[in-house]
Design a protein around this ligand. Structure first.
Ligand SMILES: [Zn+2]
Length: 152
């Protein structure tokens, strides 16, 4: 083997090792986070989730009312915890909603907002889940909910 071939071989090994260290869940999360950054960017908000010390974890959450939460530690570390049972049964749309809500807390620093329109539908992704408004997140209102998320 000559030296050029040797270096190429090492690169291929390196790349495949990098990829195999990511779990299927981490890859899935990364895809949603990219969409979050893109949607922010499309609205003039330039952010990179990598710049936050954000760790995302899938686990069984004891509190039956919680499907996810964002925790911010005193040292700035952040953690998004998602409920395994909910996640495993959620559609892509439901997963995006949940993640974007938690990123709203962790990355955008937003609190809950239970505002509703005249139909009683929540006008913010940041609705608490315990308020009176009805949550709808679909192809018809996704764009306006994302406007509200990034521009408030
Ligand atoms: Zn929340």
């Amino acid at each position: 083997m000559n030296w050029k071939l040797g270096i190429m071989f090492m690169c291929i090994l390196w790349i495949s090792c990098e990829e195999s260290t990511m779990t299927a869940f981490e890859k899935e999360i990364e895809t949603f986070y990219k969409v979050f950054e893109e949607e922010a960017y499309n609205r003039g908000v330039d952010l990179s989730i990598d710049e936050f010390d954000l760790h995302t974890e899938l686990t069984f959450i004891d509190d039956s009312n919680a499907i996810g939460f964002c925790r911010i530690y005193a040292d700035g570390d952040q953690e998004i915890v998602l409920d395994q049972v909910y996640w495993d049964n959620a559609s892509d749309n439901e997963k995006e909603y949940l993640l974007f809500h938690e990123l709203g807390h962790c990355v955008l620093g937003r609190d809950h907002n239970n505002s509703e329109n005249e139909m009683g539908t929540c006008t913010s992704i940041m609705q608490s889940g315990t308020g009176a408004c009805n949550l709808r997140y679909n192809e018809f209102n996704r764009s306006s909910l994302l406007d509200e998320l990034f521009l408030n």
